[in-house]
Design a protein around this ligand. Sequence first.
Ligand SMILES: *Cc1c(COP(=O)(O)O)cnc(C)c1O
Ligand code: SF4
Length: 339
Amino acid sequence: MQDNIIIANADDTPSAASWQRQLSRAVRDPQTLCERLGLGSLWQAGAHTGHALFETCVPEAFLARIKPHDPNDPLLRQVLPLSNEALETPGFVSDPLAEAEHRPARGLIHKYHGRVLLIASPNCAVNCRYCFRRHFPYADNAPSRAQWQEALNYLRADESIREAIFSGGDPLAGSDRQLAWLVGELEGIAHLKRLRIHTRLPVVIPDRVDDALLGWLGQARLQTVMVLHINHAQEIDRAVIEACARLQQAGVTLLNQSVLLRGVNDDVDTLAALSERLFDARVLPYYLHVLDPVAGAAHFDVSDDEARELVAGLRQQLPGFLMPRLVREIPGEASKTPL
Ligand SMILES: *Cc1c(COP(=O)(O)O)cnc(C)c1O
Ligand code: SF4
């Protein structure tokens, strides 16, 4: 439950950046979401049930890409709370990745060789109903500058670490001041070569890619990689393509990860269209994740056999460089596991 979390960088004052105002004005009320999209009382009741478990959050820029009056719209399904979220399903648990066991310092998760995750911001700009972090105790994982020192010391001490990965929440929900400071600290660590940012923000609020962001990102000594999170071609509009172009001009390599979701992208043509559309924005597909078994998201599940069949069909349609790698995250494994 995220109801207690203060959206620290959502800021509606006139001096705030455009993206911060957009974040502070995101639709956070299930009733409003349904009314705006012309969904009737049946959907509204379910939305209240789901919202009580994991709050609604949909920025206007994303809402604008949802077709009204269509409860099956693939973008809507990612963000609309449903009564199904209250169902208990065996095997679907609150911490499916057992991340709590891999935190050597506050805000830091080290599971794989050579790379670590830093929880650079506990907040998100959109709440995806299938999210494996929907039960994540974020309030315990948003370090202050002083508290970052422990994580930074851990990175300084382990020369096998080549890559720092900003994760979250969504790291780009953090302020540029805080992110620029953290990148500055990382740049002082000689054995670090790469900065990777896992984010959905340039997709849901493309104005996040503004001069302030490009300032610290474009000047970094570290090679920068951004892994976007897009599940359907309809998410990529003109504004997203332009945001991607600005990132590329700043020297950022762009990749995408998707989650295979029942009712959103669980057919070959939809996945092929996504890869094609990503390449329109000059983004390469990286991972296609099968769903992590998180409580409240079982209705999105696609079986491993069906996932393999879909990917086999996709391979017959696409050039190799537009094929995402189908993977699952298995707690205790040394990498993502190919299916
Ligand atoms: C997914 C993940 C990574 C990154 O894995 P890659 O295969 O390099 O993309 C790193 N650390 C953790 C904890 C992860 O879950
Ligand atoms: S943006 Fe990412 S971390 Fe945030 S709710 Fe969506 S999937 Fe989860």
